[in-house]
Design a protein around this ligand. Structure first.
Ligand SMILES: C[S@@+](CC[C@H](N)C(=O)[O-])C[C@H]1O[C@@H](n2cnc3c(N)ncnc32)[C@H](O)[C@@H]1O
Length: 442
């Protein structure tokens, strides 16, 4: 007999457990699960994605609601709590009717424990939240600012305290609200080979329900909602667009590499910005993409093909190197560069909407640890820029120690002159948090 296909709710619970146990990136673990269930229909994949990201974004609030409704909240096993979180998210955030959300959750609980020992307390919790959820949510939204940020908006308490101190309650609350929203997919169009109009038209044709927005002051950018899995689109396969957040798109633009220049993409990772640098260089000159992770650089073979980077007059090399090392790194230190992009490793705290699992994994001490690594990378990368050349320092975090404070300290120490600075915030720009600075070594 054919096995029953897995349901979206069951797969969401399993994926959430995996993300928590492996402390992994949500997008990678979800993609891995979809690969294991290739027969899952598009609609079910969509619901699984909504449930996984929604529960991660609202976890603090869902737990506060469950704790308020449960007779013995500590008695819930980790899996039972995950089933409850999914159902409460459906009831409170998606406004799914109880007759859809509750029996599904009870079915999962009964499959785990056929005696009903799990389903009975779960039923009591969900019935209470169905009856009183609006009042419970109103209570979470009405306390002291620190409690509201932590309980209603699911910001880790230590981070909520920092935001209140540095941003004040209004901005902290606006940021937390913005980070609770599912973000649109942002795309960068390769303007050296096509136009934003042409890509927008192709996306609308592929999915007439997709909402594709062009941004007047960012001609390379598109913002898409509901367009399905865009990385499967043929134009993505040809490298004519890349998935990249708006602020991140600005880093290479701020560096403004020219054709024939010698450019270093320090911390190139999987190469999204390397491809953009090549586009801006019109595929002429020399581009070195370096990173400590051989695994991440492994993506560059596909990038080379998608981006048509193997052309006469353009040298694109990929180098595994620790860019903090004091000794010269072969393949990287073969001459000073006209321009260096340092897209530094960071806490990722600007990305809490797109990577909501970071709410649970990033800790206070990580900020100082990242800032220390960033300082060493900035110092070594400065030595790689030719006199008169330029460096763009960028991070997807809005914590001052990783961005403006670090850059100011380097400028105050006489290492650089600050030429340009940009900060992209979720509350003001409806995108991921991003900071960048263009610096001239002095
Ligand atoms: C923010 S990610 C880069 C993302 C990439 N630029 C992109 O656009 O896809 C930071 C990168 O820094 C790399 N990294 C961390 N420590 C490093 C070091 N000491 N030397 C070189 N690269 C390092 C990580 O492997 C990671 O790929």
């Amino acid at each position: 007999m054919p096995r029953n296909p897995i349901t979206a709710r069951a797969l969401a619970v399993h994926t959430l457990r995996q993300i928590e146990q492996r402390r992994g990136f949500s997008n990678r673990i979800l993609a891995e699960q979809f690969e294991r269930h290739p027969d899952l229909e598009r609609r079910e994949r969509g619901l699984t994605t909504t449930l996984v990201y929604g529960v991660l974004r609202h976890r603090g609030r869902l737990d506060a609601l469950i704790d308020a409704a449960a007779a013995r909240p500590k008695a819930l096993s980790a899996r039972a709590r995950e089933i409850a979180r999914v159902a409460v998210f459906e009831l409170r955030e998606l406004q799914h009717p109880p007759h859809a959300a509750i029996p599904q959750a009870l079915g999962l609980a009964t499959a785990l424990d056929p005696s009903g020992g799990l389903a009975r307390p779960l039923h009591a919790i969900l019935a209470a939240i169905d009856r009183e959820g609006a009042a419970l949510d109103a209570r979470l939204a009405a306390g002291k600012p620190l409690d509201v940020l932590a309980n209603r908006w699911s910001i880790p308490r230590w981070l909520a305290g920092r935001w209140l101190a540095t941003l004040g309650p209004d901005v902290a609350l606006a940021r937390a609200r913005a980070l609770a929203e599912p973000p649109a997919v942002e795309l960068r169009v390769d303007l050296s080979r096509t136009t934003a109009d042409a890509v927008a038209a192709a996306l609308r044709e592929a999915d007439p329900k997709a909402v594709v927005e062009q941004l007047p002051d960012q001609p390379q950018a598109l913002r898409v909602r509901g367009g399905g899995e865009l990385v499967r689109h043929p134009l993505h396969e040809r490298g004519l667009f890349s998935v990249q957040a708006l602020g991140a798109q600005r880093a290479a633009l701020a560096l403004a590499p020219c054709p024939e220049e010698h450019v270093l993409d320090a911390c190139a990772g999987m190469g999204t910005k390397s491809l953009q640098l090549a586009e801006l260089m019109r595929r002429r000159g020399r581009l070195v993409a370096a990173d400590a992770s051989e695994h991440r650089l492994g993506e560059h073979a596909a990038l080379r093909r998608r981006g048509e980077l193997d052309v006469d007059g353009f040298s694109f090399t990929t180098v595994v190197a620790d860019l903090t090392a004091p000794e010269p790194q072969p393949g990287v230190d073969d001459g000073p560069y006209d321009a260096v992009l340092l897209d530094a490793p960071c806490t990722g705290l600007g990305n809490l909407a797109r990577h909501p699992e970071l709410r649970a994994t990033v800790q206070f001490d990580d900020i100082a640890a990242c800032a220390d690594l960033q300082r060493r990378l900035l110092d070594r990368c400065r030595a790689r820029v030719r006199p008169g050349g330029r460096l763009v320092y960028a991070v997807c975090s809005l914590e001052p120690e990783e961005g403006p404070r670090l850059v100011r300290a380097a400028c105050d120490a006489g290492a650089f002159a600050l030429e340009h600075e940009e900060t992209w915030t979720p509350e003001a720009h409806h995108t991921d948090g991003f900071y960048l600075a263009r610096l001239r070594p002095t």
